[in-house]
Write a protein of this length. Structure first.
Length: 280
């Protein structure tokens, strides 16, 4: 190995580290700008971007609406590459400055919820949908939900970052996280070989949380890495990914808060008609 890096005794941040996210990354938390967030007319105010983590919540809302729930929402774009997540208004909702963040205004006082898994659980429990009440089934669903929450950072921040976004290609880092990405796909593939959905034979928030990350990966739509990771090997995950992707609520939800101009979605969503106009 050449050009081996020797860490200093004390790490200091004195320059951007380069790469796709170099301009927004800093070693400190808190607001960088003073700006309030907009508020719409609906009970739920979502502040997000159409990344995999953001898609989880918009898919959840569209599933709730498809089932006839009173879950209308406004979805406001947070452009993370422009630093919107560091505004004072957003930091007040999520001190960790990550999308998505939700304000539930349906009760006597507003409730903030951040972290995508917490939002999915909040909505599932509020509306009594997509999270079983029976103890064993609930435990299985939550186990897979939190599997996704713990595993996806190795896929996105690990493999995705070093394979697609880092300013230099580092063989050790790519090999390390490619191995972990394939191990995770094997975990899913073995599980889905014996059941229709992640937690059993019923669709749940575990599927909603996992599909935007791993469904995109096995269908060759993440990091241009389908060939590299040989995703065709994971036939059961691909079967599951296709099945989830055919759901109308999933097709609608993945298009909300799209600021990339890649998937033909909408930056803001305030009523069902905003999505009805799209060819889905």
């Amino acid at each position: 190995m050449t050009d081996q890096y020797t860490p200093p005794e004390v790490w200091t941040w004195d320059k951007e580290n380069g790469g796709t996210f170099g301009a927004v990354n800093r070693p400190t938390a808190g607001a960088r700008t003073e700006r309030e967030l907009p508020t719409g007319d609906h009970p739920f105010q979502l502040y997000s971007q159409g990344t995999p983590n953001g898609q989880k919540v918009t898919i959840m809302f569209e599933e709730l609406l498809a089932a006839g729930m009173q879950s209308e929402y406004d979805a406001w774009p947070i452009r993370i590459m422009e630093g919107d997540q560091f505004s004072s208004g957003f930091v007040a909702i999520n001190p960790n400055s990550k999308i998505p963040a939700l304000v539930d205004r349906s009760g006597a006082e507003p409730i903030r919820i951040f972290e995508s898994g917490a939002i999915l659980m909040h909505l599932a429990e509020k509306f009594g949908m997509l999270l079983p009440s029976e103890t064993k089934a609930r435990a299985e669903t939550l186990s897979w939900l939190f599997w996704q929450m713990g595993s996806a950072p190795y896929l996105g921040g690990g493999f995705g970052h070093f394979y697609a976004y880092a300013p230099v290609k580092i063989e050790y880092a790519i090999d390390r996280f490619a191995m972990e990405a394939k191990r995770q796909l094997d975990v899913l593939n073995r599980n889905l070989a014996t059941r229709e959905y992640l937690a059993g034979n019923e669709y749940s928030i575990a599927d909603i949380a996992t599909w935007p990350w791993y469904g995109a990966l096995v269908m060759g739509k993440a990091y241009d890495a389908g060939t590299f990771l040989q995703v065709e090997e994971y036939e059961h995950v691909r079967r599951w990914a296709r099945m989830i992707g055919e759901r109308k609520a999933v097709r609608r939800g993945r298009l909300v808060n799209d600021v990339s101009d890649r998937v033909g979605g909408i930056a803001e969503r305030h009523e069902a008609a905003d999505l009805d106009a799209l060819d889905i």
